[in-house]
Design a protein around this ligand. Sequence first.
Ligand SMILES: Nc1ncnc2c1ncn2[C@@H]1O[C@H](COP(=O)(O)OP(=O)(O)O)[C@@H](O)[C@H]1O
Ligand SMILES: [Mg+2]
Length: 349
Amino acid sequence: MEIRLENLTKVFTDKNGKETRAVDDLTMTIPSGKLVGLLGPSGCGKSTTLFMIAGLHKPSGGKIFFGDDDVTRLAPEKRGIGLVFQNYALYPHMTVRQNIMFPLENLNIGRNEAHELVEEMAKLVGIEDQLDKKPAQLSGGQQQRVAIARALVKKPRVLLLDEPLSNLDARLRLQTREEIKRIQRETGITTIFVTHDQEEAMSISDQMVVLNFGVQQQIAVPQEMYTKPNNLFVAKFLGNPPINIIEGKIKDNNVIIGENIVIGTKEAKDGEYVIGIRPEDFKFDAKGFEVDARDIDHTGRDTMIRFSVGEAQIRALVDSDSVQGKDSITLSVKKGKFHVFEKETGQVV
Ligand SMILES: Nc1ncnc2c1ncn2[C@@H]1O[C@H](COP(=O)(O)OP(=O)(O)O)[C@@H](O)[C@H]1O
Ligand SMILES: [Mg+2]
């Protein structure tokens, strides 16, 4: 089911009357059956957005639609949502089976049917062997799967996940992330996945939304957002190692960094701009500009050299053989693989 947010706004007012605009005029569509990643730094309004969709926070303005239904004023339990949090929030004294069955308690569902539903959900998330254990006997990843099974047992129309992987160690995080993707595909449930981790969002999302200070920065499929960021904030937020940021200029449509290094052309007014180049977008080029190649990091798969162009410290991913034992090499920027931003606004040119 499609979810539509129209001018959604949430302002918190503390007891001294100070206002925090946690979510500011957010308009977006979450397509039916897709997994949408809501990404942004801590405090940018991700949870507040999710809680408004869930009905746990009342919006200060704007509307929320589930399909054609305006649910802005609908009670949370009537919205048909499943919620999963970072800390699992399982009942420690209950077994896994009792935890998953819990949301069915006050519904008019027979015992047998309830047990069948629990088995079905446990199978779906891959914990059918763990049903008689207590949560404390499971790993963090398994506990989070129990929480997902519990969120899905009432067959909600929407699944909302708030930083569900943040409490897991790196290995379990990767595994559970793949598992969530599989469960979402299998069930086809419209899902919003909140995270502050760009790599996590990039890998799991069909579509991604980036927020900063409650304001939507860009909506796009992950790869497009990575290669065509709307603004400097998005460019810097995505990618690890991060994009190189260089003060540069455009003169006669030549894009220039450093002393007088032309890295390509772009039709724009002459002037000073901020240039972004991703570390992987340099290449060896006999006719390129010369850089120091003595500062090298080997990280297993990648080799990275560090050099300066004017004031800017640059990182470039290179082929390890080609820098071996060399003091300097010549590089150029891959064709068109640079980003030009307005100095004042950070908007892409
Ligand atoms: N219940 C609340 N009362 C007051 N301010 C809040 C409340 N919840 C969140 N905020 C503020 O709203 C902003 C967004 O918070 P939140 O949605 O939790 O961010 P995120 O989930 O992206 O880290 C923050 O500045 C936060 O301090
Ligand atoms: Mg949060």
